[in-house]
Write a new protein. Structure first.
Length: 132
C-alpha cells in the first residue's frame, strides 16, 4: 500500500525472516529502502537515484548482518546512437576490502566493458544478451 506518498510492501509478514520495502519518487529523486531479518541479524539496502543534465546518478549502500557491506556509485549517460555509457565504482568492506571500477558501453543487445578489481590487471569483454 501507500502511506503518505511512500509505497510500502512487506513480504512474509508473519515470518521471522520478513522483508519490508519502502520507496518514493519526489522532485525527480527516487529512494528505496529494503530491510529484512535473517538468522544472523538484519540486512538493509538503501538506493538513491536521480537524473541531472542527462546524467543518471545512483548510490547504493548495502549492509549485511555478520557479512560484507557494499557501497556503490554509478553515473550513466545516453550517447545518442552510440549507446549508453556507464561508470561504476564499488567498494566491498570485508576482512579484506575490495574496490572494483567498471566502465560499460551498451547498445542494443551488445555490452562492451572494462573492469578492474583493486590493482589487478583490468579485463575487457564484449557480450551479447538475448532473451527467449
Amino acid at each position: 500500500g501507500t502511506i503518505g506518498g511512500i509505497a510500502v510492501a512487506v513480504t512474509d509478514v508473519a515470518a521471522e525472516t520478513r522483508e519490508t520495502t519502502a520507496s518514493i519518487t519526489s522532485a525527480g529523486v527516487t529512494a528505496k529502502v529494503v530491510h529484512n531479518k535473517v538468522t544472523a541479524g538484519h540486512n538493509s539496502e538503501i538506493t538513491v537515484g536521480t537524473t541531472v543534465a542527462g546524467l543518471g546518478l545512483e548510490a547504493v549502500m548495502d549492509r549485511n548482518a555478520g557479512a560484507t557491506n557494499d557501497n556503490e556509485v554509478s553515473v550513466s549517460r545516453a550517447l545518442g546512437t552510440l549507446g549508453t555509457l556507464k561508470g561504476t565504482w564499488n567498494k566491498t568492506d570485508a576482512a579484506t576490502p575490495v574496490t572494483t571500477k567498471t566502465v560499460e558501453l551498451t547498445r542494443g543487445i551488445w555490452t562492451a566493458s572494462w573492469s578492474q578489481v583493486d590493482s589487478a590487471d583490468a579485463t575487457t569483454k564484449l557480450e551479447a544478451k538475448l532473451s527467449f
